[in-house]
Structure formats: C-alpha cells, structure tokens
Design a protein around this ligand. Sequence first.
Ligand SMILES: Nc1ncnc2c1ncn2[C@@H]1O[C@H](COP(=O)(O)OP(=O)(O)OP(=O)(O)O)[C@@H](O)[C@H]1O
Ligand SMILES: [Mg+2]
Length: 249
Amino acid sequence: MEDWEKVVNDLRAKHQATGQMSNINLVGNKSGEDISRQMQEDAMREAREKRKTAAIQKLPKRFQATTLDSIRAQGIPKNKSVAQNWQYICQYTDHLAEHLKAGRGIILAGGFGTMKTTLAVAVLRKYIDGGGWGVMVTMASLIDKIYSMRNTDASEAAAYETEIREAKLLVIDDLGAEDNHFAWVLAKVDSIISSRYDNRLATIITTNYSPDDLSQTYGGRLIDRIKSNCFYLPFVGVSERKPLDLSMI
Ligand SMILES: Nc1ncnc2c1ncn2[C@@H]1O[C@H](COP(=O)(O)OP(=O)(O)OP(=O)(O)O)[C@@H](O)[C@H]1O
Ligand SMILES: [Mg+2]
C-alpha cells in the first residue's frame, strides 16, 4: 500500500520539525547515532501503528473487533465441525508466517451462520496485529465496485484491483454470492485467484458452495489450483446466529 520509506522519512522530518531531537538529547545524554536510531525506531513504530489502524478500519464494522481472543472469550460453539475447524484455525495461525511464505491459504466452506467469516477475519487480524498488510473483500461488493469504478474512474478501478491482487494476505468472503452469471465476472474471479496462486500469495476464502458447486461455477481448472494451496475446512450444522430477543424491543 503505502511507500514504507516515505512514511518513515515523513515521520523523521516531523520529529525534526517539532524539536523532538533536543528532547531526546536532554533525557538520554545519547550520542547522535543513538538519537538517530531511536528516532528511526519511533518512526517505524508509529508507521506500523498507522498501518495497523488503517488495515483494521478497512474491515466491515461488524468484524473490526474480531480476534482469536474475542472468539475464545465468547465461547466456541458445541457444533462439532465448528469446534474442529476452530482447532485447525488455531494451528494455522500458530504457523502463520510459514504458511504465508508458502502461499498456503484456507477455504472455509459450508452452511450459513457457521462462523466461517468470523474465523477468516480472526486469521487476518492476527496477521495485521503482527504488522502485516492484509485485506478482506466481500465477493459481491468486489464485483460491484470493479463494475461501477470501470464506468467512472478506470485508474481507481485498476488501483483497487492491484491492491487485491497483491495483498500479502487476502480474505475473499462469500465466494459464489456475487452475480456470477456473467462471463466477465467468472473471468475476473479466475484471474484474481490465479494470479495470487501464481505469485504464491495466500488467499482465505469463505463460501456457501460445496466443492461440486465451485467446480461447476468456476471450472475445474481454478478449483484445482485452490485445492492445491488452500486447506479445505468444511462447516456443517445449523446457524450460530440467534434471533433477537423480544424483551429487547
Ligand atoms: N465465539 C464466537 N465468536 C464470534 N461469533 C460467534 C461465536 N459463537 C457464535 N457466534 C455466532 O456466529 C454467527 C455467525 O458467524 P459468521 O457470520 O462468521 O458466519 P458465516 O459462516 O460466515 O455465515 P454466512 O455463510 O451466512 O456468511 C455470528 O453472528 C455470531 O453470533
Ligand atoms: Mg460469512
């Protein structure tokens, strides 16, 4: 996203302009080299925090506070497949750096309300909290956005697409929920996922589609790629969403 060097340089200039250099001098009695290192570390820390806040703000509001800890605190549902997949998600995040380096993602597939998006976001948050740059897109809105931007601002559309193609970690939420009756939509999905596969960039996908639905819709060629670099986690059972309690009305 941002030019890392530029962020650091801007912050360094800001430190100099606000005279923080002399403050550091007074406090630490440090050499010029120590001061410069400290300023650089401060600037890097500040830039990392900014980057993390920006990445979290890009998540849908409902999921901005979703982390592995928040899921654990709320309690893991009894549903066998959810409980089992929760264990897999924890294991995957324990080795996150290794999996991302190899471009290995996850596909969470199954019934609605079974915590697929929640778990996918929690993995993304773990990456963001560790200083990584990751993005989540909901399939339907991705296609809407690309389509509407095309007609208004082609360069904005291209920049948006590049961000999605190049994010170190991408969560594609609700694959199959987009209007995939158009050939250009299928071609776009194929091209985004295939280019990430070619560049060994990990993708986490959630979908209500079964493996057969996916193959029929997107073609065996694409699904073969997804299968070879995404751990497949099937979710079965009833929705974990609860109806609103009328006592709250
Ligand atoms: N420990 C928990 N942490 C977070 N959500 C939980 C937890 N236990 C149960 N839930 C419930 O799970 C519900 C469904 O989660 P989520 O939206 O991730 O499902 P989904 O599988 O993505 O559904 P869909 O296929 O409809 O998109 C949430 O609305 C929440 O109420
Ligand atoms: Mg979902």
